[in-house]
Design a protein around this ligand. Sequence first.
Ligand SMILES: Cc1cc2nc3c(=O)[nH]c(=O)nc-3n(C[C@H](O)[C@H](O)[C@H](O)COP(=O)(O)OP(=O)(O)OC[C@H]3O[C@@H](n4cnc5c(N)ncnc54)[C@H](O)[C@@H]3O)c2cc1C
Length: 408
Amino acid sequence: MSETCIVVGASHAAAQLAPSLRQEGWQGRILVIGEEPHIPYHRPPLSKALLAGEKALDDILIRPPALYEKQAVEFKLGARVDTLNRAHKTLGLSNGEIFSYDKLAICTGSRVRTVSLPGTQLAGVHYLRNIADVEKIRRDIAAGRNAVIVGGGYIGLETAAVLNKLGMSVTVLEMAPRVLARVTAPAVSEFYTRVHSDEGVQIRTGVAVSGFEGDSRVRRVVCADGSGFDADLVVIGVGIVPNVELAQAAGLEVDNGIVVDAFCRTADADIVAAGDCSNHPSALYQRRLRLESVPNATEQGKVAAASLRGREKPYAALPWFWSDQYDLKLQIAGLNEGYDQVVIRGDRNAGRSFVAFYLQQGRLIAADCVNRPQEFMLSKRLIAEGTALDPERLADDSLAPKLLLSPG
Ligand SMILES: Cc1cc2nc3c(=O)[nH]c(=O)nc-3n(C[C@H](O)[C@H](O)[C@H](O)COP(=O)(O)OP(=O)(O)OC[C@H]3O[C@@H](n4cnc5c(N)ncnc54)[C@H](O)[C@@H]3O)c2cc1C
């Protein structure tokens, strides 16, 4: 009698986990249950090429349908899992259907953080997490009209860049004193502020949005300091929250994500969790992490698949991220939390290519590389090696990047 592995969430992690599970030799049934009506697709283009209308859903599928067919990975889409009964090893769907599992992978990702302000129900006010959101936003894009982005994080700034390119007059409102405050050094925030204003996007920091006004459609965004901004389209991008409720209600430990070990295993021997929804121990950073990135979801998908087959493949990959805005390709290696020095390589004040190296006691812990793929690759290596570096050499842009590897 063959066993069944169910994956909850037709997600980035699922798109890796299911085929990896086959490669690991799983002979039984693999069923992915997903709330969205689509097989797994790449989410990063939602605020980039898909929003810009340069790509369609078929262009951003993580794997073609034929691959899942070949590997006998089944999907049940448009179906939300509402309950998990660990004692009976069953899942309950919102339509009342019950599914039994032998092994379970929770890959439920995250959802947008919503704001409770007057007027969020007005037409024209959007969040951005999935294809359906992009379709709605695209219907409201109109050249020459006003767009207001609430939140100056990566998704907010990427959205601003696209709407600006599509001819809208764009304003970004950020509550913190600078954009990207949670994730980068002031030097990097200043760079992005400059580029956006050069491109014609207005960035206002230190402003708290207090509501949205209009008749049935949004017409204006109002702020706590009394200021207001005309708006025909609003996109709110103020972060995400992990989808942990299914696991939590079933008694699994949750602490800023579903708590897993280095092998993506929960305390239940038959349940793994992977992607945005999970919180794992990092040997490199010596603390627990919940990462919100595609490389993390993919890597954890592989690790979780091995665990489901009883093999220990520790998750040791260096965290990395990216963001595309205009012609700027930002690649981020490592996590900068705890840095005590920032070294800039290249001209961040005038050019469109530079690196911010984040050091902690002379060792590289992270790097923001703007249009600098070579330095990005080197940074990954330098962070993993953990050797002490000379800040003056790092800053010397006349030195070929590969020379940064030698101690000088
Ligand atoms: C606009 C945007 C731009 C981004 N840009 C980048 C980028 O440039 N680089 C980068 O690295 N990352 C980026 N990210 C983040 C990246 O997409 C996420 O980290 C990644 O998608 C996480 O994958 P996941 O496997 O955890 O889950 P997700 O891909 O989020 O998928 C989770 C799926 O589970 C479903 N689900 C949840 N609960 C249930 C349930 N109970 N029953 C059934 N289904 C359920 C959800 O509907 C969803 O389809 C971006 C994200 C967004 C939204």
